[in-house]
Write a protein that binds this ligand. Structure first.
Ligand code: SF4
Length: 353
């Protein structure tokens, strides 16, 4: 493991430092690490322990992130490391998000230059930082993103959104897409499940990402029965997304399955997901997708005339009726999609809802 000095920290008295990468703003004493386990103070200098340390590397369809309105049908090189700045009880990647970078055999070194070479060798369209939280990997994602942009690749952050405005200001100019979890609405949910006292920084960062930095943004809410699937929570989220991020923001409602410390909670019933979809539409959202449902709820429909424009199954595109002008062939509405479509099939139009 190589030690790489962190950015965005402040030196305090008696050798302590304060990290400013995420809203925890950890005060870290000499020899100690931050909450995320990925940043350590040695001699009054903060080090990013996981710089260039990769736990997971794969070529994925962009739909797997999920991003449905961003370079549809393209492939990206997905990278993750270890650690997280949240402790979500339902984490699906807990084996890496809660692992200790200093005591794990899961890591391999990949310099930013090697990362770019790997992407070019695979012929992918972009890079995605995912699997664990990329915010705590800021220095590495930044260096990779700069190389990727120079090489004409797109860049995607798949994030829990718990990032400071300072860190986002540094990273955003090198990002194209921000795929953020808006996990819930009530204070009780945020306190009990992701275990943070205040979710406002997450919502504010999402608003900045979309409105100030102009990133393509898609939001995901994993619907956990009894925690965030009630009418008030779903309506609050949908209303906030439509008002602050725009009614064209794709909202992915995904089915929960028991995981990590929520083993006793049942999977999300289909009826709840459909209720969430209805509420989202009532609040004005135009593109709502249902995930983890084995192929149901993943198609893009024209919000004006109901024509099926992109058919998906799992993470694959089956058929597109959209052309490269992104216009509905039936009514002419322009669908807000970033990047070229890489779509099989014909332009034949189905009108089923
Ligand atoms: S990135 Fe890590 S060390 Fe920095 S404030 Fe967040 S949890 Fe603390």
């Amino acid at each position: 493991m190589t030690f790489h000095e962190a950015i965005l920290y402040q030196k305090l008295e008696r050798g302590a430092v304060r990290c400013a990468v995420c809203p925890r703003r950890c005060r870290i004493e000499e020899g100690q690490r931050g909450f995320c386990k990925a940043r350590e103070n040695h001699g009054g200098i903060l080090y990013a322990l996981t710089y260039g340390m990769v736990s997971s590397l794969a070529v994925d369809p962009i739909e797997k992130k999920p991003l449905f309105h961003f370079h549809p049908g393209s492939r990206c090189l997905s990278l993750g490391s270890l650690g997280c700045n949240l402790r979500c009880l339902h984490c699906q990647n807990w084996s890496i998000s809660q692992a200790d970078p200093l005591h794990s055999g899961l890591l391999e070194t990949l310099s930013p230059e090697d990362c770019l070479r790997a992407a070019q060798k695979e012929g992918v369209a972009g890079l995605a930082w995912t699997y664990n939280e990329p915010t705590i990997w800021l220095e590495y994602t930044l260096d990779c993103a700069r190389l990727a942009k120079q090489a004409g690749l797109y860049t995607v952050s798949v994030t829990n959104g718990y990032i400071t405005p300072e860190a986002l200001a540094i990273l955003a100019p090198w990002l194209d897409a921000y795929r953020v979890d808006l996990k819930g609405w009530s204070q009780e949910f945020w306190r009990q499940i992701p275990q943070i006292p205040d979710p406002k920084p997450i919502f504010e960062a999402a608003r900045l990402a979309r409105r100030q930095y102009g990133l393509h943004l898609e939001a995901v809410t994993n619907m956990i029965p009894g925690w965030n699937d009630d009418e008030t929570s779903l309506r609050g989220l949908a209303r906030w997304i439509a008002r602050e991020l725009g009614d064209d923001t794709p909202w992915h409602l995904t089915r929960f399955f028991p995981s990590y410390r929520l083993q006793e909670t049942p999977p999300t019933p289909l009826s709840s997901l459909l209720r969430g979809e209805r509420i989202g539409r009532e609040e004005g959202l135009r593109y709502i997708y249902l995930g983890n449902l084995a192929g149901k709820g993943e198609n893009t429909l024209c919000p004006s005339c109901g024509t099926t424009l992109i058919e998906r199954s799992g993470f694959s595109l089956l058929r597109c009726a959209l052309g490269q002008d992104h216009r509905c062939p039936h009514c002419g509405l322009v669908i807000p999609i970033v990047g070229a479509l890489q779509c099989p099939g014909s332009r034949e139009v189905s009108t089923k809802q």
